[in-house]
Design a protein around this ligand. Sequence first.
Ligand SMILES: [Mg+2]
Length: 185
Amino acid sequence: MEVFVFDLDFTIWNAGDTFCSETSPPYFWNDEQLFDQQGRWIRLYPDSVGILKRLKKAGKILAVASRTNEPEWAKQLLQLFDIEKYFDIMEIYPGSKVTHLKNIQEKVGCPFDQIVFFDDEERNIQEVSLTGVKCVYVKNGLSFNYTSLKKGHYKKGLKNIKQKIGYFQTNNIKSERPGKSFLRF
Ligand SMILES: [Mg+2]
């Protein structure tokens, strides 16, 4: 796989247990933790930076696909967390994520099946999976514990949409070969 695309809310970060569009900027740091004006603690998932770093080091193309209604706030958070630098492409605007993925595919110029897309919302996974993009359904944020997609999830003709969704397995890849499995996508 050459291109790795990430959702933001509840995939890369937890914006205080809500969507970043529901937060109250301006954001501010307090004791190395980021908060909004309502006191929401906005934080990256623990493995997010490590995953982005590792993929970047491996020469992969990284992209953001967010359908937030507040693109400027999302961009602010990307800057505040200093992770904007990892992304080659940022598609941040409301609407179906199929549009985001198509735009990314056009910009990169690779086949859809060379793209992996991580998202925590089933509706996004369902829509995008129909393009041929490999979709990974994220639960509880990005994690190195995710390993390669189960075989068969992407076979054409699967009737049950759930079977098209790649579920992460929580194998012991951390102790085995840290991070390697993640790149097997
Ligand atoms: Mg999300």
